[in-house]
Design a protein around this ligand. Structure first.
Ligand code: ATP
Ligand code: MG
Length: 236
């Protein structure tokens, strides 16, 4: 008989404990914040403006340091911002992807990684394309390819579809869903959104308010609680 592994023994991809952070003016942006992402998958956070969501992602990515508390990750984190123009730095698709790779990688390995990353996000063969010729959705997929080329396993997505048209929004959401549910080496994604319809596509969703995060719920449950239907109307 195979012994069951107790859940507590499995290291979660992301564990945040009692995290506090204050900006220079002394105001607390996070206050005893805790979050346990139980496994690979697509996990979403919603919350009002200024509730601390972007600050939390910056802390997890290591861009800023907490005043107190702990962050444990089992995979390399990578941030994906709302506006891909803020993170795509070099003029061509291929050169931009190389930026996140170790400088001492052999040229053949670099080319292979670039090609694989582009293929995974549906941009195969576009190595030589100037970035300014890409659509908004393609740029956002390129930003995700950058995380993959850098071998990130924990994607931190800060309203990644806020500037996209509905088709590109669906494409990016579906892409992250596929990467988080693939059989081999599934990724973990923490996705911040104000677009409540996106909650339907996640594995779990939680609400952040006042620098703290509530319990995981199903996306549709959280969506209903935030956006209750007018009295007397049944959901279709
Ligand atoms: N660079 C900064 N310097 C000082 N205060 C900041 C800075 N960045 C954010 N804050 C403050 O920290 C708090 C949390 O901001 P944060 O950007 O994390 O919120 P958010 O939940 O991402 O909001 P939104 O939904 O509008 O993106 C807010 O009170 C904000 O004004
Ligand atoms: Mg924000």
């Amino acid at each position: 008989m195979i012994a069951a592994v107790p859940l507590a023994a499995v290291e979660p991809p992301l564990l945040v404990e009692d995290l506090s952070f204050a900006w220079a003016d002394g105001r607390l942006a996070l206050d005893g914040c805790g979050l346990r992402v139980p496994g690979p998958g697509l996990w979403m956070l919603v919350g009002s403006n200024g509730s601390g969501k972007s600050t939390l992602l910056r802390l997890i990515a290591g861009l800023i340091s907490p005043r107190s508390g702990h962050i444990r990750t089992t995979a390399k984190p990578a941030l994906v911002f709302q506006n891909p123009d803020h993170q795509l730095l070099l003029p061509s698709v291929g050169s931009d992807l190389q930026l996140g790779m170790p400088a001492d990688l052999p040229a053949g390995e670099v080319r292979g990684r670039v090609a694989r990353a582009l293929e995974q996000v549906g941009l195969a063969g576009l190595e030589r394309r100037p970035i300014h010729t890409l659509s908004g959705g393609q740029k956002q997929r390129l930003a995700i390819a950058g995380a993959l080329a850098g071998e990130a396993g924990l994607l931190l997505l800060d309203e990644p579809t806020a500037l996209l048209d509905p088709d590109s929004q669906r494409d990016v959401l579906a892409l992250i869903g596929r990467l988080c549910h693939r059989r081999e080496n599934p990724l973990t994604a923490l996705w911040i959104t104000h677009r409540l319809e996106e909650l339907e596509g996640c594995d779990g969703a939680a609400r952040m308010e006042g620098g703290r995060i509530g319990p995981w719920q199903s996306g549709s449950q959280l969506r209903r609680s935030l956006n209750p239907l007018p009295a007397g109307r049944a959901e279709r």
